[in-house]
Design a protein around this ligand. Sequence first.
Ligand SMILES: Nc1ncnc2c1ncn2[C@@H]1O[C@H](COP(=O)(O)OP(=O)(O)O)[C@@H](O)[C@H]1O
Ligand SMILES: [Mg+2]
Length: 611
Amino acid sequence: MAETFEEISAADFFYRNRDIAGFTNPARAIFSSIRELIENSLDAADLAGLPPDLYVRLSYESEELIESETTTEKKAEGEEEAEGFETNVYKLRVEDNGSGVPARHIPAAFGQVLFGSKYKLRQTRGTFGLGGTMALLYGQITTHKPAYVKSSTGMSRVYEYKLMVDIQKNRPLILDRKVLLNKEGWRGTTVEFCLEGDYIKAMTRILEYLKQTALVNPYANITFVDPKGRLYKFNRVTTKMPPPPKETKPHPYGVDVETIQRLMRVTPCRNMVDFMRYHFHRVGEITAVRFLESAGIGKTKDPRKLKHEEIVRLVRMMKNFDGFLPPDASCLSPLGVELLKAGILKELKPEFIAACQRQPSTYSGHPFIVETAIAYGGNVPKRGDFILYRFANRIPLLYDEASDVSWKIVKAINWRRYRVTPEMPIAILVHICSTKVPYKTVGKEFIADRPEVKKEILNGIREAARQLQHFLTKRQYVERETRRLTIFAKYLPKIVQFSTELAGKPKPPKVTRMLEKVFQRYGDSLIWQPVKNVREKAVIKAIVQNVKAAEVKVEPGYDLTDYIRVYVLVDIAKGDKVNYLNTEYIVDSVEDVLFKDQFIYHTAICKRVFK
Ligand SMILES: Nc1ncnc2c1ncn2[C@@H]1O[C@H](COP(=O)(O)OP(=O)(O)O)[C@@H](O)[C@H]1O
Ligand SMILES: [Mg+2]
């Protein structure tokens, strides 16, 4: 019998191969759906230039458990979530205050695979025109229910669509459409649809995803209500957003024959010099002329009339010509050291953070910037190994960690050089942002080993590790010194007394004055703001120590790292404020240390102030 041949649509392809887009099983599907919609909303907020407010709600649509086709199909795969599914039908709703979608594009944006506004050279979270629609498609094939999309760009109307995907044609099916007056001037998008999933299995990952998303988007408010009605709130700590990403042109190093052919068809330019300047990134007149001369292509030639061999030669010469300026990274939108630290502080409350931003670099003509950080102590989870948080274009990557280039780098570093062991509570963060993140799959889970990228990540982690080493060494030293000092302070009055008696002097010298010298030399600087007179701020010297569990009663919402003990000579009192290493504390309890009724020093427990 003769073989039959047929063609399938893009939607049909992803319907048949949903694994490659991250919709492997009910647990993974629910994770990916939430993630894709959140990422669309965050992109839309970048576009609108306003700090995002996201509301995500997952609720039970039906309580009965389902033994689904996807369940049995995937059980054999032995993935971590693959056993014992408890599949339910859920309703997922995501609301945002982002840019909104122009009405005419709503159906295709949500009902057509490989349709989107992000195929440009611009740093975005979405890249393939796939994620959001894939989530809706998955919902449709598992529940046969339509999706609802409501959106407004802030103009006079709000549009509501009831949609399904025509999988065979890869076209949206509009089941209903409403146009409402936008009285409140609302702008944003709400997406709601039903899907089969396994929240119980996916829960840990989803919450982890939200936490890490809040970490790299510290200017976002994210609210999540889970099917049990539990509320998770991630509040912004700043309204400052990184400057939005800008669209850029292709760099000659990353161009291929197809790109040139497409440009030839649309170009308004009538000579090659203009063509080079107009369509390519960082090519000015002088560079264009020099390049064309070295490539042996006439400067006045009409680009629309390039012959095939000329195009091939042009592309080859573009890759080899060393006179082009490297891509300019100002179109990128990295988080920046300050926001990175704010996000880490908010979600991990560590004792110490080292963060750094590398100089921009490029791979295959794409600019990229790597940011790294190391957080130590506090709420950094202790797992007996380093924790690696991976981010790309301000989204966390959670799956396939071991395949990621950063993971390999972390494993290859000789940490003993930095006096660091895997048992320490250490989190390593790597963020890469680029107009094209070198993902290995459309599921956007891990980053390929590009040598240029590898180098930047390695150097970035090393830089942060050196800062951590410095901190650890200094802390060890300070701990040793304070221990010595407290013992010293304890015995100092006695020593003074004995030596006075030995010397036969009638009055012992003032111990406080002697201690003052010690504090000046070994103490840390604090800014002290007494309650009695708040305007009387002063920089004072103090010995600062971490507190142990036995010393304080930790209040709800606080942990041990939120408390410090200080030793001071000034008249500190309960309610005074002190600022230590840019962190604000309030004095909670004060004890005076006396010797023979003579005041020696105060010691106070101070509690961190959260604004
Ligand atoms: N919440 C939203 N706000 C604004 N636009 C959106 C939103 N969700 C989706 N879109 C639009 O729909 C398009 C398709 O989304 P999606 O299928 O997730 O692909 P991608 O994000 O990779 O482009 C996006 O490019 C964007 O233009
Ligand atoms: Mg998307």
